[in-house]
Design a protein around this ligand. Structure first.
Ligand code: PLP
Length: 396
């Protein structure tokens, strides 16, 4: 009966875990489960990136690096940020971490004091809320709807700001909605942030996955004032199919970067040295695999959106980025399907998993009801089969 950390015992396990572990258990039992739950590319890391890792090992480059990351890699990140995003940083403003998740964690630890408020647009990526709480800050939710393509507007942001507001977590392209903010929309948000002196934590991990000619804009690129207030979060996971390599990074003003670097130096040191070498090759080497993957995702996206909208009682808007679709199931709320009452997205996800062997993530996991998230990081065949199964159940 030792008294454990009160604060940390309150950190919730991910809601998605329940569905995920059930799906895995079914798979282990030999059931053909189609998973639309996954949050990672189904492609392998491109060969030239893997080769760079092997070369680093063969050369014996396997030791500690600087806590904030290899200087050469931080220079490569500066080159990338300048060329892709039109923002100039120096290597001392870059901190390399164990995935964008640790970058988000470091950012919130660096800027928050107890009771500070961090604005989280809804629907949100599951970890945002817990990461804010881990920094002793308070998440303040700003709702968005399908009508605004799940994007918050300037007036929504203004209404949520209090004297305690420290930051806004902005994710574009977004997980779970796939929405992508336009330059004009970002300008409106930046204007508020500069006026109210609010930090923008700009999670740009899905930047390479934009469709229909939509362009990813980094909010930091708009002007010097907003750049100084922005912490860019990015990483290798989604663009280069490198989820398991665990490399993410931040770009921020030097003061914030220094705090994060010091913090990380005691917590985890630097991320894996070999993975950092591979990441230099990923950023500076051949970019064709990135475009090939984007095109494959695009094809699946179009197929999934069209197919969902061909089924009665469910629908979706066309996402412009990432690899997720938010499927609207409000027409089914309160209905009975296969003898089961559908009172919420969790009921729907359970029904589809148990009756159709298809895994979806309920909207409640992202703070929204009446929707489920489908990932199209899956083959066209599986997408086809999975949606056929969903249709059969809904028609029942
Ligand atoms: N941010 C968003 C919105 C994500 O969806 C993810 C992964 O699912 C991450 C950050 C974390 O990526 P990683 O830690 O693999 O770099």
């Amino acid at each position: 009966n030792i008294k454990l950390s009160e604060k940390n015992q309150k950190i919730a396990a991910s809601v998605t875990l329940a569905i995920d572990s059930k799906a895995k258990q079914m798979q282990a039992e030999g059931i053909n489960v189609i998973s639309f739950g996954v949050g990672e590319p189904d492609f392998n890391t491109p060969d030239h990136i893997k080769k760079a890792a092997i070369e680093a090992m063969d050369k014996g480059i396997t030791r500690y690096t600087a806590a904030s990351g290899l200087p050469k890699f931080r220079e490569a990140i500066c080159t990338k940020l300048k060329e892709d995003n039109g923002v100039e940083y120096t290597p001392d403003q870059i901190v390399v971490s164990n995935g964008a998740k640790q970058s988000l964690f470091n950012s919130l630890q660096a800027i928050c004091n107890p009771g500070d408020e961090v604005i989280v647009p809804v629907p949100y990526w599951v970890s945002y809320v817990e990461l804010v709480k881990m920094a002793d800050a308070v998440p303040v939710f700003v709702e968005s709807t399908e009508a605004t393509e799940f994007k918050i507007r300037k007036e929504d942001l203004l209404a949520a700001i209090t004297p305690k507001t420290k930051a806004l977590l902005l994710n574009s392209p977004s997980n779970p909605t796939g929405s992508l903010y336009t330059r004009e929309e970002l300008e409106a948000i930046a204007e508020v942030a500069v006026e109210k002196n609010i930090i923008i934590i700009a999670d740009e991990i899905y930047e390479k996955l934009a469709y229909d000619g939509a362009e990813h804009i980094s909010i930091a690129s708009l002007n010097e004032k907003i750049k100084d207030l922005t912490i860019i979060i990015n990483g290798m996971s989604k663009a280069y199919a490198m989820t398991g390599w665990r490399i993410g990074y931040t770009a921020s003003n030097s003061q914030i970067a220094k705090i994060m670097g010091n913090y990380q130096s005691h917590a985890t040191s630097h991320p894996n040295t070999i993975a950092q070498y591979a990441s230099i090759e990923a950023l500076l080497g051949d970019q064709t695999p990135v475009e090939d993957m984007r095109q494959a995702f695009d094809e699946r996206r179009k197929f999934m959106v069209e197919r969902i909208n061909s089924i009665d009682n469910i629908s979706c808007i066309t996402p412009k980025g990432a690899f997720y679709v938010m499927m609207n199931i409000t027409q089914l709320m309160g209905k009975e399907i296969k003898g089961r009452k559908i009172n919420g997205s969790m009921d729907f996800a359970s029904l589809i998993l148990e009756e159709g062997n298809v895994a979806l993530v309920p909207g409640v996991a992202f703070g929204i009801e009446g929707f489920v998230r489908l990932s199209y990081a899956n083959s066209i065949e599986n997408i086809k089969e999975g949606l056929n199964r969903i249709e059969a159940i809904i028609k029942a």
